[in-house]
Design a protein around this ligand. Structure first.
Ligand code: G3P
Ligand code: CA
Length: 269
């Protein structure tokens, strides 16, 4: 009888694990439908039951942290301003929603606090630091004011100096290094190599890898090597159901997508 109960509990736990992994992270919010990195995209992602939302962050000229992907506002607002040379008031005077359709007119470039205010009772915030390591000290100040959210924050960056600074000032917050790959046209080989990547992760103190979902690089052997070295494994940007299933089978902890509802359906079938 006891054995039956234990077996049932284990089966239920295994089923739950299978259902919850990989986590579905909405890339710049639910950015396929709503304007990326706006509150509309964040709120839509939560409504679509994303496990977390990813957003991109820069420091403004007057020291605020704002959510926008590019160095300038041209692509998403139609007006060309350098984010790091503009004040928050100048940036928030721009319309960051109209480019996606008339229903989004009036969306603004959010501050980090406005972005975090979209939080439901659970769910992760994946903060991509697009500025350099100088963003981490002000980020520490902002997060200190929101202790209840702290365990739900993750920091990602392509810049290993950002990861290093993050682990120095915010050691309890998981930090994942972003990596993308280049192929040598003559030899066909991809860089960084697995070993170069492992060396870089170790040198900056990252807790995990957040990799471009390149199926030519990401093999079972690649995953095994990263796991053996103790790293969490995340990937971006997957919008195709078959690719989502492939990376789920490889054992990734999360997949980042512009289409959280569609990827959820693909993985629960
Ligand atoms: O989630 C990581 C991914 O967002 C990195 O690329 O250019 O979309 O910021 P990018
Ligand atoms: Ca990003």
């Amino acid at each position: 009888m006891t054995r039956l109960i234990v077996a049932t509990v284990c089966l239920t736990a295994a089923t739950l694990m299978a259902d919850t992994k990989p986590l579905i992270i909405a890339h710049r919010g639910a950015s396929d439908q709503a304007p990326e990195n706006t509150l509309a995209a964040a709120e839509l992602a939560w409504r679509q039951q994303a496990d977390g939302i990813e957003g991109d962050f820069y420091l403004t000229a007057d020291g605020h942290i704002v959510c926008i992907h590019d160095k300038t506002t041209q692509r998403t607002t139609g007006i060309d301003r350098r984010v790091d040379r503009s004040t928050l008031a100048e940036l928030q005077a721009l319309d960051a929603g109209a480019f996606k359709g008339p229903q989004y007119v009036g969306q603004r470039i959010p501050t980090l606090d406005q972005w975090l205010d979209t939080a439901p009772s659970e769910g992760l915030f994946i903060l991509e630091v697009k500025s350099g390591p100088e963003l981490i000290a002000p980020l520490k100040t902002r997060l200190a004011a929101r202790p209840a959210l702290r365990q739900r924050i993750r920091i990602i960056s392509f810049n290993d100096a950002v990861i290093r600074e993050s682990k120095r000032l915010l050691p309890d917050i998981p930090a994942w290094l972003l990596i993308s790959y280049k192929q040598n046209k003559e030899t066909g080989t991809w860089t960084p190599t697995l070993q170069q990547m492992l060396d870089k992760l170790k040198a900056c103190g990252a807790d995990g890898l957040d990799t471009h979902a390149n199926p030519q690089v990401i093999t079972p052997a690649f995953v095994a090597a990263l796991r053996q070295a103790g790293y969490a494994l995340h990937c971006w940007t997957i919008n195709d159901p078959a690719a989502a299933r492939q990376f789920a089978e490889l054992g990734f902890d999360s997949i980042t997508t512009n289409r959280p509802a569609e990827m959820r359906r693909a993985l629960t079938k």
